[in-house]
Ligand binder design. Structure first.
Ligand SMILES: Nc1nc2c(ncn2[C@@H]2O[C@H](COP(=O)(O)OP(=O)(O)OP(=O)(O)O)[C@@H](O)[C@H]2O)c(=O)[nH]1
Ligand SMILES: [Mg+2]
Length: 330
């Protein structure tokens, strides 16, 4: 049953279609909210706007702390708006240790981009479960696309799990690395390297220029040995200086080449279809689990059963069975 759109959601849809940035900001706040009425509005909003989404290049950017993500996004974003693109930047930072997320924390590094009329920077809401943060970011991404941003950048803080969540919502994943030192030295997990469609060695300037060149070569070799993610695209290693703005155009050229390749052979379309289906299942899983955890019969049994499982007096299987039976009973 399709419920009639609440007035507020309808107004936000209209605002987004009319290019009203306040409407976009409010719509993102709505999808970020966990309030039940906001969730209802979010469903209507996203459903209404679905036809206006899908036309942006979705780029994930990650890298260890201090590698220059913020500086890079500023330079890269300004390069793109110069080319008449419209750029939205979102951040995924599930760690509550960093107040306000990376973008808010160093907004000064993206000052010019943040002020640009063709750019939109949205800090992540601090803290929260990764699943929840990822869902909000994915929805915010669609809203930005519907608004007309044709490049959406999702920045993630290199802590592990969040990279996988981001890779599942973007078209290509860019890993920024420092000159010198292999992945172990830079704290990059092997699994994250495998997600990368593009490795960019930043800080290729001054004293670090030579090391950056060697590092790019090392990564190029390493990438060739990895199982390819795409039938026709092999991950590349490039270098740039976000500080000086050199090599930024090559990064964009590589992304365009990626996009041409994966569009031509249909693999992008297939990847996006698989992402959408996986997203549906993760919504189902999250909602089921929420309903399970908030069920009063489950709650009544949970403390004792958890204690028994921890103490080894009840098996995990038997405890799960009891909880599921309590959940399913009327
Ligand atoms: N030499 C040089 N320094 C750079 C470059 N890009 C960034 N830096 C410096 O590296 C430091 C960290 O840059 P940020 O852009 O804040 O790095 P980040 O990855 O966003 O850092 P976190 O948000 O803390 O993870 C700053 O002092 C920058 O000036 C570059 O291309 N060359
Ligand atoms: Mg930063």
């Amino acid at each position: 049953v399709i419920r009639p759109a609440p007035d507020r959601a309808a107004a936000l849809v209209e605002g987004i279609r009319a290019g009203d940035r306040r409407a976009l900001a409010r719509a993102i706040t709505t999808v970020e909210s966990t309030r039940a009425d906001h969730r209802e509005e979010a469903v209507v909003l996203l459903d209404e706007l679905l036809g206006d989404t899908g036309r942006a290049v979705r780029i994930g950017i990650s890298g260890p702390p201090g590698v220059g993500k913020s500086t890079f996004i500023e330079a890269f974003g300004l390069h793109l708006v110069d080319l008449d693109h419209r750029v939205a930047v979102l951040a995924v930072d599930p760690s509550s240790s960093r107040t306000g997320g990376s973008i808010l924390g160093d907004k000064t590094r993206m000052e010019e981009l943040g002020r640009h009329p063709d750019a939109f920077i949205r800090p992540t809401p601090g803290g929260g479960q990764l699943g929840g943060v990822a869902r909000r970011t994915r929805e915010a991404m669609l809203l930005c696309e519907a608004f007309g941003f044709d490049v959406v950048i999702v920045e993630t803080i290199g802590v592990g799990q969040s990279e996988v969540a981001v890779a599942d919502m973007v078209d290509l994943f860019v890993l920024l690395v420092n000159p010198g030192g292999g992945d172990e030295l830079q704290g990059i997990k092997r699994g994250i390297m495998e997600l990368a469609d593009l490795v960019v060695v930043n800080k290729a300037d001054g004293d670090l220029a030579a090391a950056a060149g060697r590092t790019a070569g090392d990564y190029a070799n390493a990438l060739h040995l990895m199982r390819p993610k795409w039938p026709e695209w092999t991950a590349r290693a490039l270098q740039c200086s976000a500080l000086r703005g050199t090599g930024i155009d090559e990064v964009w050229a590589a992304i365009e080449s990626f996009r041409t390749t994966v569009t031509a052979d249909g693999s992008l379309e297939r990847a996006r279809a698989a992402q959408a289906t996986a997203w549906m299942w993760s919504e189902v899983r999250d909602d089921l689990l929420d309903g399970f955890r908030s069920n009063h019969r489950v709650q009544a049994l949970l403390p004792a059963l958890e204690a028994e499982v921890a103490a080894g007096t009840t098996s995990p299987t038997a405890a799960a069975r009891s909880l599921l039976e309590a959940f399913g009973s009327r």
